[in-house]
Design a protein around this ligand. Sequence first.
Ligand code: NAD
Length: 510
Amino acid sequence: MPEVDAARLVAEVPQFVNGAWSVASATQRGEVFNPSTGKVIASVPLAGGSAADAAVDAARTALPAWAETPAVERARLMFAFRQRVENHFDELARLVTREHGKTHAEARAEVQRGLEMVEFACSVPALLAGDTFPQLANGVDGETNRHPVGVCVGITPYNFPHMVPLWMFPIALVCGNTFVLKPSEKVPLSSVRLVELLEESGLPTGVLNLVHGGKDMVDALLTHAGVDAVSFVGSTVVAKHVYTTATAHGKRVQAAGGAKNHLVVMPDAELDQAVKALAASAFGCAGQRCMAGSVALAVGSVADALVERLASHGRSIDAAPTDGNDAAEMGPLINAGHRDRVAGYLDTATREGATVALDGRDLEAAKKNGSFLLGPSVVDRVTPDMSLWTDEIFGPVLSVVRVETLDDAIAVGDRCPYGNGASIFTKSGYAAREFKRRFNAGMIGVNVGVPAPMAWLPFTGWNQSFFGDLHIQGTEGVHFYTRQKMTLTRWFASADESHHDPVWKGQKPQ
Ligand code: NAD
């Protein structure tokens, strides 16, 4: 197995096209930071049209042979890849921490979720078997089976550099498609390492290609005549753009967008457990998760105690630089611009009439040292007309909205334009059932802080959190990456065969 070329990783981020590594020529470049130190660790070319053409051409050329390769053989590539991901587990987690800033424990959890996607992909051949309907009409048999869609593109966000690419290409490849991956230009290094491991696992030339860039590259892929399907995960504004542009160019699209997730705390909730779960949901990965809890809906008498305990729990979290510090409990944000944008919401909160119960900026002076840290914040008495409620903040800021009843909490959810996740904390089965059925979100938790499904279930965001029909992950993911074909078959007995057929001869079978 070749050594990782460390010099390559810190200098130029390479692309992988038609089985060869190279550095794309580009007039513009992006910088990859280590959020723990604030230092630049790599330079990424922001390529466009010609790099997109080369990658799509390679994927198109590789498609016929890969699509004809038996599914069980395609799955064997994933078995070999799975073993390599497992062998390099810690190294991959450390790379996530280095380029993203999440804690070592969070990075290990991310690598584990990614590994499970590969494990699911190993089992995909079982889901490719079609249905048969013998004697659908007299002498006619019906059957369905699944075929690859063709050349698929994956465009991924910065917040899960390892896991989100693995939401896409393992399933797509086992379904018989070829692939072009365009990771976030903020965190391209994890994708480079994953593709190196895939290459070592026996990836045939052109079956998966890796390109880098921003809007120009994305738009070149969305409008390319050689692309058949696009998977996107990122912010809502870009998800909408991807969906409208790519569908207008005749492509199948699944586009997951941003979120604003509500956590309802009922007066009968087990408060210690609820506070721990809310804090982990809101402050885990420094709030940079599309399933992060960002609004606590405090029902009735629970509000004062909830706010007090959330603030004291948040204060106790050891937010610190994470690279080389496995004990840190919360890491920095992705870059200085994003940190300042998130911190700005604490000024906005005061201006709009909310109360800052815990101010994460207090941590900055003491612990920043060049990192993009912002501590946990809790803002009380937020109302649904304030920007803290309307905007996706995507940082460690938990807003508390006080409501009187569960119906009021459900009504707040009805006003939300997003619809990824929502959770309730209660001991009441009745309240949980009402919430589960009526709350305006696609993924529901009952006494679970982050109701994100694992590989075997779909990621069912609603409203402006998802554009498309078939969601990412699970059986829906397999359906997205395959087209169904239905065949009706009728055979006529020729004259010399008719003696084999008792029905044909008018005899009853014995
Ligand atoms: P982003 O939308 O800025 O970027 C995502 C991808 O789109 C990147 O690859 C980027 O290069 C590309 N891109 C950015 N601007 C573009 C433009 N104008 N035109 C075309 N392409 C463009 O998202 P991000 O900041 O990297 O990630 C955070 C966002 O992703 C949050 O909103 C979060 O909620 C969302 N997210 C959603 C899910 C989900 O499953 N719903 C999962 C993870 C993250």
